[in-house]
Design a protein around this ligand. Structure first.
Ligand code: NAD
Length: 248
């Protein structure tokens, strides 16, 4: 792996860092000189990540991103200087349409995919605003552009774009940029079982248009670009990394 320097002397928080897009982003940041605060609900995945990067500037904290004590712990571990935040942790919703969704699925998907994005950003923003510099990248989804999930997941991924644009509007003038990445299909460990027969029937047709799935490393490339000074003039953008799916 070639080493870069884009993130020398920078501290970046990555949520959902134990797998898939978050793991690939963490590894790219480490390769390019960054110090990464990697957080995930799975202690085992974080242990594995640490074991495969023994000399890296990698610090981990295991816990549920919905838990405010975990959010405080992440920010404390990062310290008084935070350059970047990647709100990546996310879960699916069983593809349940509105008539079939249960309250537990609705509440949990909104908590992880939407509310935690606001809460961790709320904890990190004052530090970035004090420094007059920072970059936040929120991972939304193709599901914010078309039928690709159930009602809960879809609602959250639209909401992530709303959070992104509102933060960009308020804080870009203060030096803190916020952008969203919209992955199409990506090969990761995300679990996406169909819990609705009706959704399977309808989505089968919708998914037939989708390009081949991308790699997590391809998403990490977009996310790290948005974190880096290479995208210094980019804020409030919604970056599709979906093999062109959004045009079909
Ligand atoms: N894989 C895809 O096709 C795809 C497409 C569009 C968007 N996305 C989005 O990309 C993001 C990353 O997904 P992925 O595909 O890499 O999935 P993944 O399941 O491989 O990785 C997500 C990680 O987040 C962690 N996580 C889940 N809930 C958590 C919580 N409450 N607190 C802390 N950590 C938690 C998991 O343990 C896991 O390690 C998600 O927001 C997902 O919605 C994925």
């Amino acid at each position: 792996m070639s080493m870069g320097t884009r993130f020398d002397n920078q501290t970046i928080i990555v949520t959902g860092a134990g797998s898939g897009i978050g793991k690939a982003t963490t590894e790219r940041l480490l390769d390019e000189g960054g110090r990464v605060i990697a957080t995930d609900i799975s202690p085992q995945r974080l242990e594995d990540l640490t074991a495969s990067h023994p000399r890296a500037k990698l610090e981990t904290l295991a816990g549920d991103i919905c838990d405010e004590t975990v959010i405080d712990g992440i920010v404390n571990l990062a310290g008084s200087h935070i350059d970047g935040l990647v709100n990546n942790a996310g879960i699916t919703d069983g593809f349940l349409p509105n008539a079939e969704v249960d309250n537990a699925t609705w509440d949990r998907v909104l908590a992880v995919n939407m509310t935690a994005v606001m809460k961790l950003s709320r904890a990190v923003l004052p530090i970035m605003l004090d420094a007059g510099k920072g970059s936040i990248v929120n991972v939304s989804s193709e599901a914010a552009t078309r039928l690709a999930a159930g009602v809960a997941y879809t609602a959250t991924k639209y909401a992530v774009i709303g959070i992104t644009k509102n933060n960009a509007a308020f804080y870009t003038r203060k030096g803190v940029r916020t952008n969203a990445v919209l992955p199409g299909g990506v090969v990761t460990n995300i679990e996406a079982p169909f819990k609705s027969e009706y959704a399977m029937e309808v989505l089968g047709q919708a998914f037939s248009m989708a390009p081949a799935p991308a790699s997590a490393e391809q998403l990490a490339a977009a996310i790290t670009w948005l974190l880096s000074d290479d995208s210094a003039n980019v804020s409030g953008s919604v970056v599709n990394s979906d093999g062109g799916w959004s045009t079909l």
